[in-house]
Design a protein around this ligand. Structure first.
Ligand SMILES: [Fe+2]
Length: 196
């Protein structure tokens, strides 16, 4: 099939009414995409090949929670989405990454794409929370040091699992500061798209 980030975003919006879940998909996509560009560079890819790899990473982010609003139970999410996408012919790499972001799926994050999606999922939500407590609500004002401080503050954004954020950085083999910096830069670059 002729897959693209444009199609992935259209599917996310078709399946999701809630604006915050749409925004979550968009932010995870931009963070994950930034790791796709890094991986392309590591592999020595350039031009269209690099762009296509980054687009695949972005699609995984856009689609990972596409069924969450309609099918939030652990019996159905993300399995309904994966079945639907597989029937449509989306690349298996994307489907396996979507499965691996749910730790109960039995698919352990092993490939770089799987690890990137897992690592960006919780962190992007936490960075959004960090932006929303700024008077301007702007992600441009969020800094790595402030994020680290808030990670230690148990009362702040308590639904976001700190151990998933640190495990994500471990899976990627980079310090948490670097992971926060990478995701922050990706979200700042696309602040307008994310409404932050
Ligand atoms: Fe998510």
């Amino acid at each position: 099939m002729d897959w693209s980030a444009e199609k992935a975003e259209a599917l996310l919006r078709e399946w999701t009414q809630g604006e915050s879940l749409v925004k979550h998909g968009l932010s995870v996509a931009r963070c994950t995409e930034s790791y796709g560009w890094r991986e392309a560079e590591r592999l020595g890819l350039t031009g269209d090949e690099a762009a296509r790899l980054a687009e695949m990473y972005r699609c995984a982010g856009l689609l990972h929670d596409m069924d969450y609003e309609r099918h939030p139970s652990t019996e159905e999410h993300p399995f309904v989405a994966v079945k639907f996408l597989r029937e449509q012919g989306w690349p298996e790499e994307i489907l396996q990454a979507i499965l691996a972001h749910a730790d109960y799926s039995g698919v352990v994050p092993e490939t770089h794409l799987q690890r990137s999606l897992f690592a960006c999922d919780e962190l992007s939500g936490f960075l959004t929370a960090c932006a929303l407590v700024k008077p301007s609500k702007a992600i441009a004002e969020v800094e790595v040091a402030g994020v680290k401080k808030k990670m230690k503050d148990k009362a702040f954004a308590r639904a976001v699992k700190r151990e998933d954020m640190t495990r994500g950085a471990e899976l990627l083999g980079i310090p948490i500061e670097q992971h926060v910096g990478n995701c922050l830069a990706a979200m700042q670059k696309y602040a307008a798209e994310l409404g932050l």
